[in-house]
Design a protein around this ligand. Sequence first.
Ligand SMILES: [Zn+2]
Length: 409
Amino acid sequence: MMEKIFRASILNPIDANTWRFFQDGALGVDQGIIMRMGDFTTMLSQIDADTEVEDLDGVIVPGFVDVHLHWVQHRVRGRFSGELLTWLREYIWPEEARYVDTDFARAAAAQFYGDVLRAGTVMGMSYSSPHAEATQIALTSMRGDWVIGNVLMAINAPRTLTDYSLHDPDALRAFMRQTDITHYALTPRFAPNLTAASLKALGQIAAESPCLIQTHLAESVAELQWVKELFPDAAHYTEVYDRAGLLTPRTILGHCIEMRDEEWRCLRARGSWVAHCPTSNEALGNRRMPLEQVRAYNIPFALASDIGGGPSHSMLHVMQRFLGVHREAGVSVVPQEALYRSTKAGAECMGRGSIGGDLTVGKRADFVLLPQKPAVDSIEHWFEECLSGNPTDLEQRPLGTWLSGARVA
Ligand SMILES: [Zn+2]
């Protein structure tokens, strides 16, 4: 293999307040890895005259990272709404029960990976259905870099799901031994679907394994009330997971909206991450995640679509509403943060900060080409223009997606 140079404008996230822009930029890729990145003219003096250069008309950004979604709800994303618990029981659980059918699961997985790559997402964390086979299908047909877990749910759900769940510790250990642990997440669905004893058994597995851990925390008021009834001796929802040993720096918690101060302090102490899902929260009528609190307690977080609660797998749409919902509440957020939380922070959340998430040398060449917008005065303005439109437009907005330097969409 020879190095290849992609010539285009380049926008690379640095942190929540900073990005770097090259008007005439270049990305040098060899064997799927970024070898150089910077200004094209400067690079020209450093490369061989016969190096292949491909001109791309647009702006290269890192591929997007979506740290919380349910691939088995992709087909019904945005189709249903309503209060969280009713939405789950009436629409989502019946849909997930269909994934017992492996042909159905195989077709849905192909559709899912094709759609997310088209929308620019190259990496993420996904909840599967409870079924072992559907989870294996999602793992073996993976396109991009995903971490996936079969949802564990033993109680308070239809038997069409609980009967297939591998929540028994020995069955789960046996299943985990067959999977590539770097792509597997221990996935208790949420506290109401497990007993304190089974959560504790999962905490034991989490301590034995290097795998990531994902679950939902404090998404809605009704859910909070239910947890209080099911776990009357817990001081708060966060404590239910903490007592089980499930809160670690490898833990990613979806939502975290209805939280008390002591719960934020607990997350801070454990080093756990929040998956912030603004479009899902809006769609299901939940409250806004208190970004001010997350900032005050210095809780690490990344953005996520949470399909099918979220109406779209487009991270451009998630970024649009991330800026929208917090600004509407009078909280200041900049476009730099939207990009950072959808790329580099997501990779760090997944423990892959040295592998991907941005365009620095040595990382995997996973990137997206966004359209140029003529006649905008600043890169901030350009980026916000790129985020405008409805979810369907935004799912189609990227001009192309590359994995390890190879075009895939
Ligand atoms: Zn979710």
